[in-house]
Ligand binder design. Structure first.
Ligand SMILES: [Zn+2]
Length: 204
């Protein structure tokens, strides 16, 4: 698996190289195959210095466990994103405990304004307003350099062409709401520009 990943990053396909490893998919509990995938990602990240992004299983312990496996295999927290935290860690103390690991904390379901989460019915999907409140809490706790946001658009009905909010939702609707809720322009710029730029750089 590491050989495939390394080749995609260094040689690419038809001259086109990928710039990150991910999303590295994991379920809950994490399967043996997924452990191997995380360890292979860690080995290549350690070797090439590339960014990694992990998709956690739908359980509050899943992000921490995935990071533990990655770090024990040589991965780097500061260059790794944990995606989908919106639907994964709800308890504020648990969230701050997870943040101490030092990876990026991604809130990437902006625009998904449904309370029913069809993939795990025990989870109440937060609204955009609730996402912003959680981000504000993380900012107050000193996590500015760790926060990333996005839309995770993976279905046609979320594109503007099919009546969705499209890729401009954060810029058009979320940033103004963040500013109205007391998040500063400097913090917005760090989340939207500086943090992605830093994450996407190879560190070796
Ligand atoms: Zn994902």
């Amino acid at each position: 698996m590491a050989d495939y990943m390394r080749q995609d990053l260094t040689d690419g396909v038809g001259g086109i190289k990928c710039g990150i490893i991910g999303e590295v998919g994991t379920a809950w509990p994490i399967t043996d195959f997924e452990c191997r995938s995380l360890r292979a990602s860690a080995a290549v990240q350690d070797e090439l210095g590339c960014p990694v992004i992990i998709h956690p299983g739908r359980h509050p312990n899943a992000p921490g466990e995935a990071m533990r496996i990655l770090l024990e295999a040589g991965g780097k927290a500061r260059h790794t994103v944990m995606s989908h935290l919106d639907r994964t860690i709800f308890d504020k103390d648990c969230l701050l405990e997870f943040a101490k690991i030092g990876c990026y904390l991604e809130y990437d379901l902006f625009g998904v304004e449904v309370s029913h989460y069809q993939l795990t019915e025990s989870i109440d999907m937060p609204s955009d307003a609730q996402r912003i409140q959680t981000i504000k809490h993380l900012l107050n706790e000193g996590c500015l350099k760790q926060i990333l946001i996005s839309h995770d658009i993976h279905t046609k009905h979320r594109l503007m062409k099919y009546g969705g909010h499209g890729y401009s939702h954060i810029l058009l609707n979320i940033v103004p709401k963040m500013l109205k809720r007391g998040i500063t322009q400097h913090q917005v710029d760090t989340i939207l520009k500086q943090n992605p730029q830093t994450w996407l750089q190879f560190f070796k």
